[in-house]
Design a protein. Structure first.
Length: 353
C-alpha cells in the first residue's frame, strides 16, 4: 500500500462517516455506525490502520498524523450525533441533519434567570437631577455655560481685580491657547478651565434682561492635590435671582427650603459673614445636620460692580447669588467619605447607588 492510497482511503472513510452520522436518527442506528467506523476489532478505521504496517518507515510519521486527525474527526461526528439525538446541543452538527429532527437546548424553568446588567446614573448625576428638580419647584430654571472660560467671565466681570490671589496661575488651569495672549493670564481673552460656576451668572445676565431666576450646575476645576476631600475637578451649583427688590431674607428662605427638601426634615441654616469679590454683603452658609454645623457654600447680594459690568442698573435691580459644592451634598447624603471614590469609575462602588 502506498501513502497516497492510505490517505485517500482515510479521506473517503471520513466523508462517508460524516454523511451517515449526520443523518442517523436514533440510538440504535448510531451504535451501529459507531461499531462500523471505530469498532476495536473490525471497525473500518482499525482495518485501514493495519495497512500502516506496509508503509516505509519514513512514510509512517505522516501517515500516523493523518490517521489521528481522521479518527478525531470521526469521533467528533459521533459525539455531535449523540448530542443531537438526545436533544442536546446542535454544536457542529452537519447542516444536512437539521431537517431530520429539531433539537432544543434543555431549559429548566425552575432555575432563577440570568439578570442582565443594567447601567445606572452616576451618583453625581443623580444628585444634579435632584437639585434641578428642587430648584425648579422654587422657580429657578437651569442654564449652562462653557467649561473653558475667558478671564472676563471667570474674573473681571465678577469684580475680581488683576492682583487678586484668585487669579494666580498656580491656583487655576490656564490654557496654552494659540494667539498673542496665550501666556498672559491678565489678558481679557486668556482662556482657562473655569474655577467656579459664577461665570454663568455673568453669561446669563449678559444675554437676558431682568428679572432672572436661574441655576447652573456643572464642573469646575482647581489645581488641588487629590485627597479625601479635594479633587482637581468637582461640581458646583450656582443660583442667581435678580429682580427689583430681592432681599437677603429671600436668600435665606430659598436656601433653607432647598436644604429641607434635599436632606429631608426641617433643616436649620446659618449665615456667617464672609467675603467674595462678586457679592456684598457676603456670607458662608452652614446647615445643621446630625448634631453638627456643616458648610454648605458661599452666597451674598450681587455686588453693584457686577451688575454694572453686565449693563444692569444697580439702582433699579438687586439680587442674590449662591454657590454650593455638589460632591459635598452627595457625599453627606450617601455617607461617602472619600471624594476620590466618586471618580474612580469602579463599578463595584457605583452599582450601589
Ligand atoms: N463662587 C464661589 C466659590 O466658588 C461661591 C459663591 C457663589 C459665593 C455665588 C457667592 C455667590 O467659592
Amino acid at each position: 500500500m502506498s501513502l497516497a492510497d492510505f490517505t485517500s482511503s482515510l479521506d473517503s472513510l471520513l466523508v462517508a462517516a460524516e454523511k451517515s452520522l449526520g443523518l442517523v436518527a436514533d440510538e440504535a442506528g448510531l451504535e451501529e455506525l459507531r461499531v462500523l467506523y471505530t469498532g476495536a476489532k473490525n471497525g473500518q478505521l482499525k482495518s485501514i490502520q493495519k495497512g500502516m504496517g506496509s508503509l516505509s518507515s519514513d512514510e509512517r510519521p505522516a501517515a500516523g498524523k493523518k490517521f489521528n486527525e481522521v479518527r478525531d474527526s470521526v469521533q467528533a461526528a459521533i459525539d455531535n450525533a449523540a448530542a443531537r439525538i438526545s436533544g442536546g446541543s446542535l454544536v457542529g452538527a452537519s447542516p444536512k441533519s437539521s431537517g431530520t429532527k429539531k433539537s432544543v437546548p434543555p431549559i429548566d424553568p425552575t432555575l432563577p434567570g440570568v439578570r442582565p446588567r443594567l447601567g445606572r446614573l452616576h451618583p453625581i448625576t443623580q444628585t444634579i437631577e435632584d437639585l434641578k428638580e428642587i430648584m425648579g419647584r422654587l422657580g429657578f430654571s437651569a442654564t449652562e455655560g462653557p467649561e473653558i472660560e475667558d478671564t472676563w467671565h471667570n474674573f473681571v466681570a465678577l469684580n475680581i481685580p488683576e492682583d487678586h490671589p484668585a487669579r494666580d496661575p498656580l491656583d487655576n488651569f490656564y490654557l496654552a491657547t494659540a494667539g498673542k495672549n496665550a501666556s498672559d493670564p491678565t489678558a481679557l481673552d486668556a482662556k482657562l478651565l473655569r474655577s467656579q460656576t459664577s461665570t454663568v451668572q455673568i453669561r446669563a445676565m449678559e444675554s437676558q434682561k431682568p428679572p432672572l431666576r436661574i441655576i447652573s450646575l456643572g464642573r469646575v476645576y482647581r489645581p488641588d492635590e487629590a485627597d479625601a476631600t479635594h479633587f482637581p475637578m468637582f461640581h458646583q451649583m450656582e443660583g442667581l435671582w435678580i429682580d427689583t427688590s430681592v432681599s437677603m431674607a429671600q436668600l435665606k428662605s430659598v436656601l433653607r427650603m432647598f436644604a429641607t427638601s434635599y436632606l429631608g426634615g426641617d433643616v436649620t441654616i446659618r449665615f456667617r459673614p464672609s467675603f467674595f469679590p462678586f457679592t456684598e454683603p457676603s456670607v458662608e452658609v452652614d446647615y445643621f445636620w446630625n448634631d453638627q454645623w456643616i458648610e454648605f457654600g458661599g452666597a451674598g447680594m450681587v455686588d453693584p460692580n457686577v451688575l454694572k459690568a453686565v449693563g444692569y442698573d444697580p439702582e433699579e435691580m438687586s439680587g442674590f447669588a449662591f454657590g454650593l459644592g455638589v460632591e459635598r451634598l452627595c457625599m453627606r447624603r450617601y455617607g461617602i467619605t472619600d471624594i476620590r471614590d466618586l471618580f474612580r469609575s469602579d463599578v463595584r462602588f457605583l452599582r450601589q447607588f
